[in-house]
Design a protein. Structure first.
Length: 145
């Protein structure tokens, strides 16, 4: 919890937009991990992580990209990394696998194959959208081959 508070303070006092987005990603990851530890299954925390990373962070990243970048000192990065490492050592993160009954139910049930099909279908559709928007040259992606 101290690490999330520290990252929140860094977010508020930060002037560099890319640093703000990276801190917001770290805060989202840590909240997701804390929810996993409290509830005991990772599906709710995974859903929260996907909603935050896909919705809120896309909008925030777009708005931040419009703001000009300020200078970014390496000293601030070293201080942030030292605080994060000290919090990791103090906190003792446990990234063990979740083999609970709630996490195994999704893929073992009779709808498990259909759920896997939907995940693969979503991946294929998202990749097709990226390919089509890159090939037309009029999409939002600026790719130079």
């Amino acid at each position: 919890m101290n690490l999330i508070f520290l990252l929140g303070v860094f977010f508020v006092v930060s002037l560099q937009p890319v640093f703000m987005v990276s801190i917001l990603i770290f805060i989202t990851l840590f909240y997701s991990y804390l929810i996993y530890k409290v509830i005991g299954t990772f599906w709710f925390s995974y859903m929260l992580l996907m909603v935050m990373l896909s919705g809120v962070l896309v909008i925030f990243t777009y708005m931040v990209s419009l703001v000009p970048n300020e200078s970014f000192e390496v000293v601030n990065l070293v201080i942030l990394l030292s605080f994060m490492i000290s919090m990791f050592v103090k906190w003792g993160l446990d990234f063990g696998g979740d083999m609970g009954i709630m996490s195994m139910d999704l893929w073992i049930s009779y709808l498990g194959g259909f759920s896997l099909f939907l995940v693969v279908f979503l991946l294929v559709i998202m990749l097709l959208v990226v390919v089509v928007s890159c090939m037309s040259g009029m999409g939002s992606f600026r790719v130079s081959w």
